[in-house]
Design a protein around this ligand. Structure first.
Ligand code: HEC
Length: 146
């Protein structure tokens, strides 16, 4: 009886956590503003993780960023450019997750830098200004090529 209760609680917790992780970002009730705010918080936490070499923090927040970029609230514009910037953003968030898995803080720094440039490019697009591509410094390129 007691075992069953504990088992039920554990199963419930697991189910709740996985539901929260998979369903929440696509909840249409999450507004664009909330998505964007969560994005800022997670990207700041990634930087904290990099600075303290906390790969769990980097990975968890990079994963959150990738999930947020798929949320309905993220789709604030329907232009091809917006889709492209979203894809770029997600690619860098995934590179961050890989760097965290590899416990490679240099690769994580480069991915975070590229992610930040994708923030700037998309926001510039939103303001209707022509985007420029920022070339990476040779050292950063060498790390990115790892
Ligand atoms: C693919 C496009 C895109 C990318 C990439 C992007 N953003 Fe945004 N961001 C938006 C949109 C859309 C808004 C909402 C403002 C609007 O509709 O004009 C926004 C709003 C914001 C806001 C204001 C939130 C508020 O409370 O009003 C902040 C802060 C922000 N973004 C930070 C970031 C950061 C940090 C990154 C990179 C880690 C980033 N953004 C990457 C599209 C993007």
């Amino acid at each position: 009886m007691k075992t069953k209760t504990i088992l039920g609680a554990v199963l419930g917790a697991v189910l709740f956590t996985s539901l929260a992780a998979t369903v929440a970002p696509n909840d249409p009730k999450i507004t664009t503003r909330e998505v964007m705010k969560a994005k800022l918080e997670s990207s700041q936490k990634v930087l904290e993780g990099i600075a303290t070499e906390n790969f769990v923090t980097i990975s968890a927040n990079a994963q959150k960023l990738a999930a947020l970029s798929q949320a309905a609230g993220w789709q604030a514009r329907q232009t091809p450019e917006y889709k492209q910037y979203t894809a770029e953003f997600r690619r860098h968030a995934e590179a961050l997750q890989k760097a965290a898995r590899d416990e490679n803080v240099d690769a994580a720094s480069v991915a975070w830098f590229q992610l930040t440039i994708s923030c700037v490019n998309c926001h510039r697009h939103l303001r209707g200004v022509r985007t420029v591509s920022v070339p990476l410094a040779p050292a950063a390129q060498a790390v990115a090529a790892w």
